[in-house]
Design a protein around this ligand. Structure first.
Ligand code: PRP
Ligand code: URA
Length: 207
């Protein structure tokens, strides 16, 4: 699997704000928005463009636009904090939704919402979820996408655990990973260490 860790001092500083337990909910959300900007910027770097004619105030010129804008899929709740920034960077993108909550005891994903186009053949898909822990939620989401014909999926995550990266690799699903960091591992509650805690609670408060 192709894994890209965005190494940039500004990304590292934003990730630090998100990790810091003293950061308020608004500060955490603001840092997530800014970091999403950088992750998407890197994720779309090699996207195909098509040329078209424009006229500047001075002369005719050739312009470019994305040949194949992606579908953005935030995984609720925590991925909601990434979608506004991603769609403002890629205004032509459409948005689908998947809702999933991890069972506290088994750590298995429990899906509760699925709102996706029926046919995803030929459409790049960016799954937005700040946390890749066991990988269960991401693998389940990509399975939903693959059932609809998606063959080009990018997991856009703030922090990943090696266990989650391995789960994506072992799934053999058509996915690449763009993240701001790969941490040490998981604790006994399947939280990423050092991680940043519960990304949903830190944006929106406890469930
Ligand atoms: C978090 C996170 C991922 C999932 C990652 O969601 O946003 O979706 O956990 O864990 P995994 O890799 O072990 O599956 P959570 O279930 O806490 O729901 P929330 O976003 O509603 O808080
Ligand atoms: N979900 C989170 O929000 N944080 C973790 O560390 C693991 C799963």
């Amino acid at each position: 699997m192709d894994t890209h860790v965005v190494a940039h001092p500004l990304a590292a500083a934003l990730l630090t704000t998100m990790r810091d337990r003293r950061s308020s909910n608004p500060a955490f959300r603001a840092a997530l928005r800014e970091l999403t900007h950088m992750l998407i910027y890197e994720a779309i770097r090699d996207a195909e463009v098509e040329e078209f004619d424009i006229t500047t105030p001075v002369a005719p010129a050739r312009g470019v636009r994305l040949a194949n804008p992606p579908l953005l899929v935030p995984v609720l709740r925590a991925g909601l904090g990434m979608v506004e920034q991603a769609s403002s960077l890629i205004p032509q993108s459409q948005v689908g939704f998947v809702g999933m909550a991890r069972d506290e005891h088994t750590f298995e994903p429990v899906p509760y919402l699925e709102s996706l186009p029926a046919d995803l053949a030929g459409i790049p898909v960016y799954v937005l979820d700040p946390m890749l822990a066991t990988g269960g939620s991401m693998v389940h989401t990509i399975e939903l996408l693959a059932e609809r014909g998606a063959t080009d999926v990018t997991a856009v995550c703030v922090v990943a655990a090696p266990e989650g990266v391995a789960a994506l690799e072992n799934s053999k699903l058509p996915v690449r990973l763009v993240t701001a960091g790969i941490d040490e591992g998981l604790n006994e509650d399947a939280y990423i260490v050092p991680g940043l805690g519960d990304a949903g609670d830190r944006q929106f408060g406890p469930r």
